[in-house]
Design a protein around this ligand. Structure first.
Ligand code: BG6
Length: 491
C-alpha cells in the first residue's frame, strides 16, 4: 500500500522516539504507527528514528526488537507482510546515551535538514529535561518541532511544574503534546459528541436532575512486571490523576465554544479548578485505598500484590482507589461524583453511570419513587449506551418495571476502530492539540490530587486488602451506601 501526504504536512516527517527499545514502543507505539502506515495516514516522506541505549545496528533493531518483540502486538487480522516490509523500511536506529551530549550529534546527523520533527519522549520523566537540553544544544529543534510527553508527568505538583518549566525552555506550549491515551479512545471522544451533539441531554445534564455520577475503570490485570514503577506510583497517580479526572472533565464541563484546543481545554480547566479540595477529615471519610490479596480472576488463581515480583514486603502502594468528589459550581452543586479504579478486579470495564433524580411524586401506586432513570455509557470492553427507563409490566393493573434501551455501537457503526495511540499519533503529526493536556490542566489535576496523597500519609493507615477477582474492599460499597447509592454492579 502507498502512503499519502496530508495537505497540512508537505514537509518530510522525522519521528524520533526516545525509548525506542522500550516496553511502550513495543506494545503500543510501533503497532499504532504500523496501523497508521497501513491506512495511509503517515506523510509520504516519513522516517522513524528509534533511539535507544543498546549497541545495536539498524538490522539488529529491526530483527531483535521489531520482529521479535513488537510485531506480536499487531492484531493478526490487520497484519500484511508486504505492508510490514515497507513499514520497516521507514526505520533507522540511533544509539544515544541520554546523559552524553556528544551522542546527540549522531542524531543531528541522522535527521533531515528540512524535516518536520516530532520527538516522542517515552522514557522515564526524570530524563525529559536532559533530553530536551541535549536536543537543543545539538541544534535538532526548531520552532516547528513538536514534543510528545508520556505520563506520568511528575510525582506531585512540584515535580510536574519542574518538568513543565524545564521543557518550556525549549518548546512553546503549542509545541507540547502531553499525552493521556484515554483522550484518544474512540469512546471517550464519542462522549463529547453524545453530550454536545444531542440536544435532549442539555437541559437534564445538571443538578438537580442528576443525582450522582459514577466513573469506574476496573482492570483484571495485576501489576505484572511493572512493580518497579508501580510501587512508588500507585493507582491514584497512575489512573485517577489523569485518566479518571479527564473522564470527569468531559462529563462535567460546560459546552466549549468550539472544538479548538484552547476552547475545550479552557472548559476542562474550569472543572478541575472547581473540584472541592479535601481536608484530612474528608479524605478519611470519602476515599478508600485498597491492595489486592491472592484470589482468582477469570477462574485462574493469582498472587496478591505483596507476593508479586519486586514488590517490597511492607509495600503500602494502593492498587485500588474509590473516592467521592464534588464540583463546586452551579451546574453540579451537591451532586457526588464517585470515582473508582483498581487492578485485579472482577472484570475489565470502563463505564460512566449517570443516575437521574427520583420522581418528585409517583402516581403509580406500587412504583417506588427512587426507581430511577440511569444512563450507562460503557467505554470498554464493548462500546455501548444503555438507558434504563420505567415501563408498564404487561397485564392488568399498573405495575412498573425497569427496562433498558440498548445502543450497541459495534452494531450501529461497523467502521474500523483505531487504537488510542494511533489516533493520537496522527493528531500530533497533523498538529491537532485538542486531545492533549495543557500545562495548567495537568497542574490543576495535581493540585487536587496531591492533598489526598499527603492526607493518606498523615492518616498513616495501610490500604485495605481486597481479594483479587472482586470489586474492591467492602469500604468501597460502604462509601456509596452512606448516601443510599450503590455501584452499578451492586444495584
Ligand atoms: C496506563 C496505566 O496509563 O493505563 C496502566 O499506567 C493501566 O496501569 C492502563 O493498565 C490502562 O489502559 P487501558 O487502555 O488498558 O484501559
Amino acid at each position: 500500500m502507498t502512503n499519502s501526504t496530508s495537505a497540512s504536512n508537505e514537509r518530510p516527517l522525522d519521528m524520533i522516539i526516545f525509548g525506542g527499545g522500550g516496553d511502550l514502543a513495543a506494545r503500543k507505539l510501533l503497532p499504532a504507527l504500523y496501523m497508521a502506515h497501513t491506512h495511509c495516514n503517515l506523510p509520504a516522506d516519513t522516517r522513524i528514528l528509534a533511539i535507544g541505549r543498546r549497541d545495536w545496528t539498524r538490522e539488529d533493531y529491526l530483527k531483535n526488537f521489531m520482529e521479535e518483540q513488537s510485531r506480536s502486538f499487531i492484531d493478526a487480522k490487520a497484519f500484511d507482510a508486504q505492508s510490514w516490509d515497507k513499514f520497516l523500511a521507514l526505520f533507522d536506529y540511533v544509539r544515544v546515551d541520554i546523559e552524553n551530549p556528544g551522542d546527540f550529534q549522531r542524531l543531528a546527523q541522522a535527521v533531515r535538514p528540512n524535516s518536520q520533527r516530532v520527538l516522542y519522549l517515552s522514557t522515564s520523566p526524570e530524563l525529559f529535561v536532559t533530553i530536551c537540553e541535549n536536543l537543543d544544544a545539538a541544534g535538532i529543534l526548531d520552532a516547528t518541532s513538536r514534543v510528545v510527553l508520556e505520563k506520568p508527568l511528575g510525582h506531585d505538583l512540584a515535580s510536574a511544574r519542574a518538568i513543565n518549566d524545564a521543557v518550556g525552555k525549549h518548546f512553546k506550549e503549542e509545541q507540547i503534546y502531553r499525552i493521556d491515551h484515554y483522550l484518544g479512545k474512540e469512546t471517550v471522544q464519542n462522549l463529547m459528541v453524545l453530550r454536545f451533539g444531542n440536544a435532549i441531554f442539555g437541559p437534564l445534564w445538571q443538578a438537580p436532575y442528576i443525582k450522582s455520577v459514577q466513573i469506574t475503570v476496573s482492570e483484571t490485570v495485576g501489576v505484572g512486571s511493572r512493580a518497579g514503577f508501580y510501587d512508588h506510583t500507585g493507582a491514584l497517580r497512575d489512573m485517577v490523576q489523569n485518566h479518571l479526572m479527564q473522564l470527569l472533565c468531559i462529563v462535567a464541563m460546560e459546552p466549549p465554544v468550539s472544538l479548538d484546543p484552547d476552547a475545550v481545554r479552557d472548559e476542562k480547566l474550569k472543572v478541575l479548578k472547581s473540584l472541592r479540595p479535601m481536608s484530612v477529615a474528608d479524605i478519611a471519610r470519602d476515599t478508600v485505598r485498597g491492595q489486592y490479596t491472592a484470589g482468582a480472576v477469570g477462574g485462574e488463581a493469582v498472587k496478591g500484590y505483596l507476593e508479586e515480583a519486586n514488590v517490597p514486603p511492607d509495600s503500602r502502594a494502593e492498587t485500588f482507589v474509590a473516592l467521592r468528589a464534588h464540583i463546586n459550581n452551579w451546574r453540579w452543586a451537591n451532586v457526588p461524583f464517585f470515582l473508582r479504579t483498581g487492578k485485579r478486579m472482577q472484570n475489565r470495564r470502563s463505564e460512566i453511570v449517570i443516575d437521574f433524580a427520583d420522581l418528585p411524586f409517583s402516581i403509580i401506586p406500587d412504583g417506588p419513587r427512587h426507581y430511577g432513570n440511569r444512563l450507562t455509557i460503557t467505554l470498554q470492553p464493548e462500546e455501548s449506551i444503555q438507558l434504563q427507563m420505567m415501563a408498564k409490566e404487561p397485564g392488568s393493573g399498573m405495575h412498573m418495571q425497569p427496562v433498558t434501551l440498548n445502543l450497541d455501537f459495534q452494531q450501529a457503526m461497523k467502521q474500523r476502530r483505531a487504537e488510542a495511540y494511533e489516533r493520537l499519533l496522527i493528531d500530533v503529526i497533523r498538529g491537532r492539540l485538542t486531545h492533549f493536556m495543557r500545562r495548567d490542566e495537568l497542574e490543576a489535576a495535581w493540585a487536587w490530587v496531591e492533598p489526598i496523597l499527603n492526607g493518606w500519609k498523615e492518616l498513616g493507615d495501610r490500604p485495605r486488602g481486597y481479594t483479587a477477582g472482586t470489586f474492591g474492599p467492602a469500604a468501597s460499597s460502604a462509601l456509596m451506601a452512606r448516601e443510599n447509592q450503590a455501584w452499578a454492579e451492586e444495584a
